[in-house]
Design a protein around this ligand. Structure first.
Ligand code: HEC
Length: 154
């Protein structure tokens, strides 16, 4: 019977889809939190991107005005790929992200994704799981910072 070979193939495809990108409901990344090593060098890659370091970001009390702006940006530019829960859509869900990641690492993912995918091991690990490169969303530094503030509330 010819149809016999089709069944295992379909099963494989289904299995693969299910286990991609962290395997469904996994809330915590299995790797080390944030960029495991030091922050990427400012001159990393050929890009002129300015990489953020811990000294660039101060987190005070949550600023609700910034949260609001950040949420609007999320709705327009991130929602298609990132849920606010723990579940993956195209990229990982955002819930609890600031508990697991360093702020400067998150800022670099938001604003300097290309350099991160070239140089940062944790970003590369996410790419291996998700199989899609996050496109640069072209945000300004202030917009990125507002999104970061929004992520702090999740
Ligand atoms: C086309 C889909 C897509 C869009 C749109 C997108 N991302 Fe991503 N994002 C990804 C993928 C996929 C990854 C995992 C890394 C990779 O594969 O490039 C990721 C990873 C991330 C991470 C790291 C997640 C973690 O769990 O550590 C952050 C932070 C992030 N994105 C922020 C954003 C923000 C903020 C926006 C909107 C301004 C955005 N992304 C828009 C696909 C997307």
């Amino acid at each position: 019977m010819r149809t016999k070979t089709i069944v295992p193939l379909a099963t494989l495809v289904a299995l693969f889809a299910f286990t991609a990108c962290g395997g469904g409901g996994d809330d915590k990344p299995s790797g080390p939190p944030g960029a495991s090593g030091s922050a990427p060098a400012a001159d990393a890659g050929k890009s002129k991107a300015k990489m953020f370091t811990a000294a660039d970001i101060t987190l005070g009390d949550i600023d609700l005005g910034m949260v609001d702006k950040g949420q609007n940006i999320y709705d327009v530019k991130c929602q298609a790929c990132h849920s606010l829960g723990k579940n993956r859509v195209v990229g990982p869900g955002f819930k609890g992200i600031m508990e697991n990641r360093r702020p400067e690492w998150v800022m670099n993912m938001i604003l300097n994704i290309d350099v991160m995918l070239e140089t940062d091991e944790e970003a590369q690990r996410l790419l291996e799981e998700c199989l899609v490169r996050m496109p640069n969303q072209g945000l300004s530094k202030d917009e990125g910072r507002n999104v970061l503030e929004f992520l702090r509330t999740l």
